[in-house]
Design a protein around this ligand. Sequence first.
Ligand code: HEC
Length: 125
Amino acid sequence: MMLAGCSDLGDPVKVDAPPVGTAGSYVNDVRPIFNTHGCLTCHTSGSTTDFTGILTSYSTFVSVPSFINPPVLIVKPGDPGNSVLYNRIENTGVYGELMPQGGPQMPKSDRDLIRDWILQGALNN
Ligand code: HEC
């Protein structure tokens, strides 16, 4: 008799879709989303030793281990499903509560832009 395969329960969100549309840009797409949705009103300290400084510059969150859920990366280039930031904005609950904290959830178009930018390698472009 065959044993059942691994359960998907509790796994981070699965992202199989290929990148769509034009290439995402950190400067032109992702940073403006952080500004528009108030991320940088809370994540503002510039600290490199806790979550208060994440998002304030590229190097504070891309390929940086989560302070809340180490060693998972805040953004893992090429892998939104295993990026804390993408799980937070999709509200999967896997690595903590929704961001922006207190909501509302960002529109799908903005979440998809961030997903595609991560899928395309989360470049500092
Ligand atoms: C009202 C304040 C507030 C706003 C607005 C906010 N955050 Fe946060 N964020 C927090 C706090 C507080 C924590 C730490 C507590 C927790 O884990 O939920 C946190 C944690 C995080 C983490 C996890 C950091 C880690 O080390 O794992 C990420 C990623 C994140 N925020 C991204 C965002 C993004 C992206 C936005 C905008 C869409 C945003 N936040 C908006 C307060 C905020």
